[in-house]
Design a protein around this ligand. Sequence first.
Ligand code: BV8
Length: 235
Amino acid sequence: MHIVVLTGAGISAESGVPTFRDADGLWEGHHVEDVATPEAYEAQPTMVQEFYDARRAALATVEPNPAHQALGRLEQELGDDLFLVTQNIDDLHERGGSTRVHHMHGELRSALCRACHARVEWTGTLVDYPPCPRCGITELRPDVVWFGEIPYGMDEIMVELQRADLFVSIGTSGAVYPAAGFVQFAARHGARTLELNLVPSEGTPFFTEARHGPAGVLVPAWVDEVLGSGLDAPV
Ligand code: BV8
């Protein structure tokens, strides 16, 4: 059985990472749509760099939660039969035990060089424009996919969605495309679809089944169900 899992900010909420649209949906006092754009970066590079520097630094203050750990366990059991794609730019899936995580919107712990296009591991700040480790030019930006930019790995993601028997969406509002369209694409290619989210999302009507509650409770229970049911049994 081939499973594709898509995660969003909701899976990291119980780790203390604020989501985008809950409460007042503010990040460091900004709406993500106002900051996560190439135009904002051109107009106010320092503000954008500081926005991501603050979120990168905050990674040291949060820990993976049982939902991340359950997906790490699922990868151990399913291997290549699990494809995990996340919209999140934190490293909590990796710290929760997942080794193959597809960050379609990039990662905080990576920097992108606008001169040589290298993607380099980065844990410090970027606001002071340090030299690119590969080309030496001081044009490093957050390696994050902003609104209007093309998500990473789309070809591979579409292939995985076409071969999925089960598509599971965890902790996302279904507000941003193309991720929000994955459920319909997977269903069109024969997948069963399951939503695990705190409350119904914009995409809930497109799912075969939807369970609502905290990811820290729903995800471990679902993984136990999948692993307990025998790996080739229908879910
Ligand atoms: C693209 C990185 C072309 C940055 C992000 C008009 C109509 C339709 C589309 C568009 C349009 N105009 C423009 C577009 C395209 C645009 C878009 O969709 N805009 C929206 C605003 C309408 N998209 C793009 O520009 C994308 N690029 O389209 O390129 C293309 C497409 C395909 C192929 C080739 C080319 C690029 C978008 C990427 C933007 N970058 N993140 C950063 O992080 O700073 S977006 C960011 O918000 C996230 O990555 C995520 O994708 C998105 C939504 O966030 P969520 O993860 O869902 O979080 P949210 O807070 O919204 O929801 C949390 C959920 O968790 C809630 O439902 C809540 O109930 C739940 N929850 C809370 N606590 C818990 C919980 N669940 C479980 N347990 C809990 N404890």
